[in-house]
Design a protein around this ligand. Structure first.
Ligand code: SAM
Ligand code: DTB
Ligand code: SF4
Length: 364
């Protein structure tokens, strides 16, 4: 039986976050070594299978239709295109592919059927398949599971309190419900957030309370540093300091010892020394490839050089859980229910989101 603690309080987490740095690093590295191989880091590749034009108002996101950014929208990619990119990722050392779509939620129909086919195709390449498609129902989660999905990414992004300052088109409880829907299947949960959005340390701790008190805890927790994109409401946010990133990674590692902690967006601004500190503090996964979904990321060759320098090895797929079986579409047990989604829309006013929207309108 796992001895993982599931009742972390904000005060306890803040105390860890504010521990003198050398002690914090030592504590996190000690826990990391108990549960993971410290010389192994998972390499995952992101594929933006449907880019831009999203109806949501997430203040950090360059893909929200209402803001004026340089992102060029694209329709859903074909299964063949996705397969070709997944093969390329595999040959450059990735063991996981994460497919992202700029959707509020999944809608049953042809496009979702196409995504299910992408999942089947990548699972057959013996890679871990992850999807991040917005909110999903239990039935949709079951259909993804049946296709062979290994993980579903759905970030809480911040504390419940600060979430309201960043997003008005859906509630925190909707995010939790999607995570719960995924939990009802064999698909693993990937959920984390972003630092550097103007939140307080208390909000970072609040987000870690929300994640670490889930039982079971998410198998994967991405920690993103905000990529401040011109045209978004958060365009003027100051870059996150590496010390904050290291503290956040170390605290995540301590409160979620068995989780895969993903050093996610923001690595282009980090030195190798900074990233090495994050790996020491317990980060054991990165996104590789020169693009995240729409923003730049270090080149895979640079990352492999860094791995060599630090003596790190890319992780093989399916070390935590068996590879899921893929059920072909014609043998499926779960048919589309065509449910009317009951997700909420708080629609409160967030001043900086409004300003960015008005600025975009004026530019059109
Ligand atoms: N539309 C889906 C959703 O919101 O769940 C999936 C795609 S969305 C782009 C996935 C995650 O990317 C977000 O939850 C957020 O944590 C992260 N993200 C988006 N824009 C970012 C940015 N500018 N900097 C850092 N992380 C970002
Ligand atoms: C996550 O937490 N970070 C990744 C992945 N999950 C989907 C996405 C980062 C996106 C950064 C902004 C962009 O490239 O558009
Ligand atoms: Fe849409 Fe996801 Fe971007 Fe929010 S984070 S605007 S839901 S793509």
């Amino acid at each position: 039986m796992s001895a993982t603690k599931h009742n972390w309080t904000k005060e306890e987490i803040l105390e860890i976050y504010n521990t003198p740095l050398m002690e914090l690093l030592y504590d996190a590295a000690t826990i990391h070594r108990k549960h993971h191989d410290p010389n192994t880091v998972q390499v995952s590749t992101l594929l933006s299978i449907k880019t831009g034009g999203c109806p949501e108002d997430c203040g950090y996101c360059p893909q929200a239709a209402r803001y004026h950014t340089d992102v060029e929208g694209n329709d859903l990619m074909s299964v063949q295109q996705v397969k070709a990119q997944a093969l390329r990722a595999k040959s450059s050392g990735s063991s996981r592919v994460c497919m992202g779509a700029a959707w509020r939620n999944v809608k049953d129909g042809e496009e979702f059927d196409q995504v299910l086919e992408m999942v089947r195709t990548i699972n057959k390449l013996d890679m871990e398949v992850c999807c991040t498609l917005g909110m999903i129902t239990e039935n949709q989660a079951q259909r993804l599971a049946e296709a062979g999905l290994y993980a579903y990414n759905h970030n809480l992004d911040s504390s419940e309190e600060y979430y309201k300052e960043v997003i008005s088109t859906r509630g925190y409880e909707d995010r939790l419900e999607t995570i719960d829907n995924v939990r009802k299947t064999n698909v693993t949960v990937c959920s984390g957030g972003i630092i550097g959005m103007g939140e307080k340390t208390e909000d970072r701790a609040g987000m870690l309370v929300a994640l670490s008190t889930l039982n079971p805890q998410p198998e994967s927790v991405p920690i993103n540093a905000l990529v401040a994109v011109e045209g978004t409401p958060l365009e003027d946010q100051k870059p996150v300091s590496i010390w904050d990133m290291v503290r956040m990674v170390a605290t995540t590692r301590i409160v979620m010892p068995e989780t895969q902690v993903r050093l996610s967006a923001g690595r282009t601004e980090m030195t190798r020394e900074g990233q090495a500190m994050c790996f020491f503090a317990g980060a054991n996964s990165i996104f590789a490839g020169d693009k995240l979904l729409t923003t730049p990321n270090p080149d895979v060759n640079e990352d492999m050089e860094m791995f060599k320098l630090l003596g790190l090895n890319p992780q093989k797929p399916f070390i935590k859980k068996m590879q899921p079986e893929t059920v072909e579409a014609q043998n499926s047990q779960y048919q589309a229910l065509g449910e009317k989604p009951k997700w909420t829309r708080p629609e409160h006013t967030i001043e900086r989101n409004e300003e960015a929207k008005q600025k975009a309108k004026a530019l059109k």
